[in-house]
Design a protein around this ligand. Structure first.
Ligand code: ASC
Length: 155
């Protein structure tokens, strides 16, 4: 009787631990999804005025370019944390992230680094640019966004 009681308690505890772990994993991936989506929103927000300058819709400013480029670079460096295993489309709701991110990790990382390189290039060049130079930086940065989306984001 006593033995049976203990084995039931032990069983319940084990079930509780497993349920707790599963819940922690869900929370982690759901939080990671919110985190990365927030970063992508912030990245697009920072990129907006740069695109506007390239189009002549926002007043040209090297200081603004440097600020936006630095912000984008910082955001780009924070993105990798937002892609824990188990957070692909099919594993959690509300994401377009393809499972290939986790099977081609070296390539995914290279594409993230390409974004950082492009934003760092704008940051380094700002100070000496004219309005006519902005377009090629926008194309370079936007190209890195597109390259990653083409491979790793579901439509
Ligand atoms: C943006 C944005 C993207 C990229 C992409 C570039 O401003 O929100 O997802 O640029 O359109 O091809």
């Amino acid at each position: 009787m006593r033995k049976a009681f203990f084995s039931i308690v032990a069983g319940l505890c084990a079930a509780g631990i497993v349920a707790g772990a599963a819940m922690a994993a869900d929370m982690k991936t759901d939080d990671a999804l919110k985190y990365r989506q927030g970063l992508f929103k912030a990245l697009a927000w920072q990129f907006g005025p740069v695109v506007g300058m390239a189009k002549g819709e926002v007043p040209f400013s090297n200081e603004q370019l440097a600020l936006r480029a630095d912000n984008m670079d910082a955001i780009a460096k924070m993105l990798a944390d937002g892609f824990p295993k188990g957070s692909a489309d099919g594993e959690i709701a509300g994401t377009k992230a393809k499972p290939e991110i986790w099977t081609n990790q070296a390539d995914f990382t290279a594409k993230l680094v390409a974004l950082q390189t492009a934003t760092a290039a704008l940051s380094a060049a700002s100070g000496t640019l004219t309005q006519g130079d902005v377009g090629k930086h926008v194309a370079a940065i936007g190209g890195t966004c597109k390259a990653c989306h083409d491979s790793y984001r579901n439509r």
